[in-house]
Design a protein around this ligand. Sequence first.
Ligand code: DON
Length: 319
Amino acid sequence: LSIAQRASTGALPPGRTVDELVRLAHERYAGVDDGAVADYIPVLAEADPRRFGLAVVGVDGERHEAGDTDVAFSIQSISKAFVLALVCEELGHRAVRERVGVNNTGLPFNSVIALELNAGSPSNPMVNAGAIATTALLPAASAEERWERVRDGLSRFAGRDLELDETVYVSEAETNQRNRAIAKLLQSYDRLDVDPLETVDVYTRQCALAVTAHDLAVMGATLADGGTNPVTGEQVVSAEVCRDTLAVLASCGLYERSGDWLFEIGLPAKSGVSGGIVAVAPGKGALGAYSPRLDAAGNSVRGQRACAYLSRALGLNLF
Ligand code: DON
């Protein structure tokens, strides 16, 4: 099949081809040493920059992988995508749009000025301000219950019980003054109905959940599959919620680089500062990538290159 034909078949190409292409993508980019491991969260600086894992999971549950796909790392900002889905499932599309927003800020993920320029609106659920506001919307009687709902919800996307990386949590909790300031600023604009510091604590834990590249691919494939986890068969969220979530990922998933990403790769996706990326091909499946060296916007360098290659080679680009 030509790439254009594959793009319209509504399926991944036949199994062996995907295996070969995933291995080839791994080989092609394993030698790329550009970028730097994140260090603003102290423990992330200890990540092994040589790690590189690529995983593909199809909507029928098939899996293809190469490299370090079972190495655990903290999910970081990728959690924002799945918490958004859980909140959309609970409160609906309109509440998220009104309370958080769905437009790109054009500014870095931890920008304070973006809040000030937008009269206290966090703009979208993928920047830190918007993610803290989104976590705050999840119905819960206490911070502990909110955390349990996040952990349980993300575990259902992954199809296994996800656990907190305690070291990452403690390291970030000791150094997250900026996120605490952002939450207080949101409160000053009347944008939070729950305690700001308790919410930041839940958000910090959600970012410290440990996942693998394979988990990311399963989580993404659940969004590709109309909300049904292709491995466990559980309906985690509705098909409408997948559509809402993927629209936000397309416009905001790679921060101020989201336009570049969509132009080059053509898939809704989400990155995180520990070096993970999930990219979703609706109706087909998802890619999970892990490699800790990041570019200036906080996106994995090898992960981006490998996703670009696989999007082309597997005919996944939506456009
Ligand atoms: O709040 C933070 O800064 C981190 N827990 C997550 C940031 C992140 O992953 C942004 N990614 N590119």
